[in-house]
Structures are given as structure tokens and as C-alpha cells.
Design a protein around this ligand. Structure first.
Ligand code: TGC
Ligand code: FAD
Length: 392
């Protein structure tokens, strides 16, 4: 890939609304991405391999548990800093941001919010330091958009639980040390269990042949009579609302992350449009190309404003699930449209790994599907404004 010359667009001077801490976190993450992600990411995406060497760096910049209190090893930052971090990391690659989302919002968050003190002390510092990586098992082969139908289950055997079932499409599964797994008890109530690698009957086969998120490892979590110690059940919340509560936090991070991918595509296309000459003038001088660039910066700016306000609401504990859905859906769709237009602006060069656009575009096909599909988020908004659920 060519040198990373990224310059972030800030058309409405949003920087003026950020605190010094926000800017420090954002700039440190941006520098780290330029130094440690951009030079290697294309190669890893082409090889379909997760770059394990960046795990330590992610931990050092605070990307594992940005908003988890420092007493548990987290960075103790606010929600806007968390969002800016996700934006910068996804500017590098959605797969790398995925690893952070899973670790922070889908593994550390439920242990912090639904776990007891012993569980927090045992797992959170190791996850924050990157010594352990986690995964989150909600989706099953027959239950994706409808996780409430899950069939993975556990039985109370007196001194332990016996876990059976399978989860599919699980980020980080192939190498995770621990998995937060959602399963039904004998009464059909959903609970979270912490399953550790090495427990007999627990396997994590990798999912191959993905055209998207190639630098992120995806796999299954398979439970064949796994004996889970009773102390590994998350005691403080149960029901479908427990995993959905984690999704609120991860979807919020994705709303910011998608802006990063869009900014990278826009910035690349803008630079290219000034350099590439056809018919004796830079292609950026043609109205059709200017239309694309003007629409891109307009949509990025709208997404930045939407997300910044959402961050303020999240800091105040007032952001609703439906508001988060709107931002996730809008921003990922916006990024995907920009990636497709930016790719066209680069002509044939747009399909090569010399530029990041095609990789972003393919990654975003997963981002628009996971954490609730584009259509499910529309239905969440529809339900919120009408009061009538249209899922079933
Ligand atoms: P529904 O009846 O609406 O709700 C069941 C219970 O949950 C409560 N609830 C929530 N609680 C907390 N936070 C939320 N966001 C909540 N949303 C709902 C709700 O109040 C109710 O509570 P109670 O006490 O009344 O029982 O549930 P439903 O079965 O009708 O489903 C609703 C629907 C479709 C919106 C939901 O199932 C959904 O969001 N589906 C999408 C599934 C999804 O997003 N899966 C993501 C898997 S994880 C993933 O993709 C990780 S990718 C990671 C990466 O690599 O970055
Ligand atoms: P389905 O639910 O089968 O949906 C198929 C289509 O039907 C979609 O277009 C959907 O919008 C539509 N549809 C479904 N229901 C309705 C309805 N009621 N009304 C209208 N349309 C509907 N899951 C995890 O638990 N943990 C992870 O770490 C994780 N990582 C992932 C990583 C990747 C790369 C991918 C691709 C997925 C990951 N997922 C993970 C799973 C992801 O959350 C699911 O793929 C997603 O929720 C959709 O489920 P599904 O694929 O089964 O599609």
C-alpha cells in the first residue's frame, strides 16, 4: 500500500467542541494507526490473517476498555473519547476496530456491568492489557436477527453447569482465551456464562473464505457437554436485555468507526482527484467528480454531528437504544455509499490494494450486517416512532 497521507476532514469545525483530552486521545490513536496499522494492514487483509502483533499496541493506547474504570485496567475515558478512538481505528481497518469492539463492549462491558467483583478482578485487567482476548457468542446458525430464539442451553448439575450448543459468526473466536456466551437455562431464561479456552468439549473452528473483514478472525464456538464452573455465570443481569445492552455500547462505537472508514475513502478520492489527469485536466475539475466529493463531505459532516450529539447523550446516560440504532444504520450506510463512489473515482486503481478503498468497501459489507442488520435497525426506529414492533 502507498504511504498513509491521511488528513481528517473537519468541515464544520467540530474540533472546537472537543476537549483537550478528546483531541489527545484522537491524535494519539491516529498516530498509532499511521505507524502500526497502515503499513501492514493490506498485506494481512490479502492473507486473511489477524495481525496479532498489534494487540499490545491496542492495549497501550487504551483501546481495550476505553470507558472501563482504571481500577480494573480500563482507560477511564468518556464516551466521546471512546468514539473518537473507534473512528481512528476503523480509519485503519474495520477488522481491527471489530477486535476492539468485541473486547471492550461485548466482553469487558458485560463482565463489568453484570459480573461480580471476583469476576471483574479476575478477567478485566488481563483483557485490558491484551494478555487475554475475548469473544462474544450470541448468534447461532438458526438465530441471527432473532437471538431470543437461541437453542444453546445449560443445565444445573449441582456443582457445575453443563453447556451444549453452538454459536456462529463469532469475531476473535479462533484465538480467544475467554468467551462471554449467552445460553438458556432449564426455564428458558437467557444468562451470560464465561467460558474459558481449555474447558473440555469447547472448540472454536475458524470460518474461512470471507471476502470481508479479512484481517479479523471469525469462527464458531462449539459446546459439547462443557462443564462450566458455577462461579462463571454472570449474576447481575439475565434475559435478552442483557446481551442487547452490550450491543448498545458496541453499536455506538461502530457509529463512530464507520465515519473513520468514510473519511479515509473520501480523503483518498479527494487527493487522487487532484492528481489524476484525463482530458488534460485533473479529474477533480469535472462536475461529475465534484458532485461525488461534495456529497461525501456533506454526509460525513452530518454523521459527525449526529454522532457527537449521541456521545453527549451517552455521557449523560440518556442515549436510547433507538438513537444508537439510527446512528449505526445511518453512518454505516453512509460509509458504504462513500466507499463505492470513492472506488469509482479511482477508476481501475480503485480495485487494487495500493489504495485502502476496496478493503474498506468489502469490510463495510460485514459492518452493515453485524450488530443488527441495516433492516433490523430501520425496524427499531420504526418501532420507536410508532410504538408497534414489526419484527414478528
Ligand atoms: P424484545 O422483545 O424487543 O426485547 C427483549 C427484551 O430486551 C429488552 N431490550 C433491551 N434491553 C437493553 N438494551 C437493548 N438494546 C434492548 N433492546 C431490547 C426489551 O426491553 C425486552 O425486555 P423485557 O424485560 O421486556 O423482556 O426482543 P425481540 O426478540 O423482539 O428482538 C428485538 C430485536 C430484533 C431488535 C433484537 O433481537 C435485535 O436487536 N436483533 C439483532 C441481533 C443483533 O444485533 N445481533 C448482534 C450479534 S453480536 C455481533 O454482531 C457482534 S459483531 C462484533 C464485531 O466484530 O464488531
Ligand atoms: P438473518 O437474521 O438470517 O437475516 C437475513 C436477512 O433477513 C437480513 O437482510 C435481515 O435484515 C433480514 N431479516 C431478518 N429478520 C427480519 C425481519 N423481522 N424483518 C425484515 N427483515 C428481516 N455475532 C455474534 O454473536 N458475535 C460476534 O462476534 C459476531 N461477529 C460477526 C462477524 C462477522 C464478520 C459477521 C458477518 C457477523 C458476525 N456476527 C456476530 C453475527 C451477526 O450479528 C449476524 O450475522 C447478524 O445479526 C444477522 O444475522 P444472520 O446473519 O443470521 O442473518
Amino acid at each position: 500500500m502507498r504511504p498513509d497521507l491521511f488528513e481528517a476532514p473537519d468541515y464544520y469545525l467540530l474540533d472546537e467542541l472537543l476537549t483537550d483530552e478528546h483531541k489527545l486521545v484522537r491524535d494519539a490513536t491516529r498516530d498509532w494507526v499511521k505507524r502500526d496499522v497502515s503499513p501492514i494492514i493490506e498485506d494481512y487483509a490479502q492473507k486473511a490473517e489477524f495481525p496479532t502483533q498489534i494487540v499490545q499496541g491496542l492495549a497501550e493506547i487504551g483501546a481495550f476498555g476505553p470507558y472501563i474504570p482504571t481500577e480494573y485496567g480500563g482507560a477511564g475515558l468518556d464516551q466521546i473519547s471512546y468514539g473518537l478512538m473507534m473512528q481512528e481505528i476503523e480509519r485503519g481497518d474495520s477488522g481491527v476496530r471489530s477486535t476492539c469492539s468485541v473486547q471492550s463492549s461485548l466482553v469487558m462491558y458485560p463482565i463489568y456491568a453484570y459480573g461480580n467483583e471476583e469476576q471483574r478482578q479476575k478477567y478485566l485487567p488481563k483483557l485490558a492489557s491484551g494478555e487475554w482476548l475475548g469473544s462474544f457468542g450470541l448468534t447461532e446458525p438458526n438465530f441471527g436477527s432473532n437471538p431470543g430464539g437461541m437453542v444453546t442451553n445449560f443445565k444445573d448439575m449441582g456443582d457445575h453447569y453443563l453447556l451444549n450448543g453452538a454459536k456462529m459468526w463469532i469475531s476473535n473466536a479462533p484465538f480467544c482465551h475467554v468467551a462471554v456466551v449467552w445460553a438458556k437455562n432449564e426455564e428458558g431464561r437467557i444468562h451470560g456464562l464465561i467460558v474459558e479456552r481449555g474447558m473440555e468439549g469447547f472448540t472454536t473452528p475458524e470460518t474461512h473464505n470471507k471476502w470481508s473483514l479479512r484481517a479479523s478472525a471469525t469462527g464458531e464456538l462449539v459446546f459439547d457437554n462443557v462443564k462450566v464452573p458455577k462461579e462463571n455465570l454472570l449474576p447481575n443481569k439475565s434475559g435478552l436485555g442483557a446481551p442487547l445492552g452490550c450491543l448498545d455500547s458496541a453499536r455506538y462505537g461502530i457509529a463512530w468507526g464507520a465515519i473513520g472508514a468514510a473519511m479515509d475513502c473520501y480523503d483518498t478520492a479527494l487527493r487522487y482527484s487532484k492528481e489524476r489527469v484525463q482530458f488534460d485536466r485533473p479529474i477533480g475539475g469535472f462536475q461529475l467528480q465534484q458532485k461525488k466529493l461534495a456529497e461525501m463531505i456533506t454526509e460525513i459532516t452530518k454523521a459527525q454531528l449526529l454522532t457527537f450529539r449521541l456521545g453527549q447523550l451517552k455521557n449523560e446516560g440518556r442515549a436510547t437504544t433507538a438513537q444508537i440504532s439510527m446512528a449505526k444504520r445511518n453512518n454505516v450506510d453512509m460509509a458504504l455509499t462513500i466507499a463505492r463512489d470513492a472506488r469509482q473515482m479511482l477508476g481501475g486503481m480503485g480495485i487494487t490494494g495500493d489504495y485502502p478503498i476496496m478493503r474498506h468497501m468489502m469490510n463495510l459489507e460485514s459492518v452493515v450486517t453485524y450488530e443488527g442488520t441495516h433492516d433490523i435497525h430501520l425496524l427499531i426506529t420504526g418501532m420507536d416512532v410508532t410504538g408497534i414492533p414489526a419484527f414478528k
